[in-house]
Design a protein around this ligand. Structure first.
Ligand code: FES
Length: 123
């Protein structure tokens, strides 16, 4: 069996509260680049989400690298303003309210955050 594809996302201990580390995840089934958003939630837990709005499949930041709302409590989609709870990825307001960001499987090994290829949502 082939080894799962992994991506290194840097040292866990250097991930600061409020930081969003963007990590390329390769190419999706449609040939489009995918990215992971690596961050800490309000409780300090590591969370990793695919950088893709659930309303229309475009990156949350539209390339701006701005991910937080004004209060820096929620991730926000800059296109139409959907807000997502960092803890569970649930959209709390906006056109896709109640939907959820796709989680990226991950683990910390020897202090390094490792990401695993997320399944294609259409599989
Ligand atoms: S594309 Fe994200 S809220 Fe519309």
């Amino acid at each position: 069996m082939a080894e799962p594809v992994t991506y290194e996302a840097g040292a866990r201990e250097t991930l600061a509260p409020g930081e969003v580390r963007v990590v390329p995840l390769g190419i999706d089934a449609h040939g489009l680049p995918r990215e992971a958003l690596v961050l800490l939630d309000a409780g300090g837990a590591l969370r990793v989400w695919v950088n893709l709005c659930q309303h229309i499949p475009i990156p949350l930041d539209s390339g701006s690298r701005e991910f937080w709302d004004g209060e820096r409590r929620h991730l926000i989609c800059l296109t139409h303003g959907a807000t997502y709870r960092p803890r569970d990825g649930v959209c709390t307001a906006g056109p896709c309210e109640g939907e959820r960001l796709q989680a990226v499987p991950h683990e910390v090994r020897d202090g390094v955050i490792l990401l695993f290829e997320p399944p294609d949502p259409e599989d």
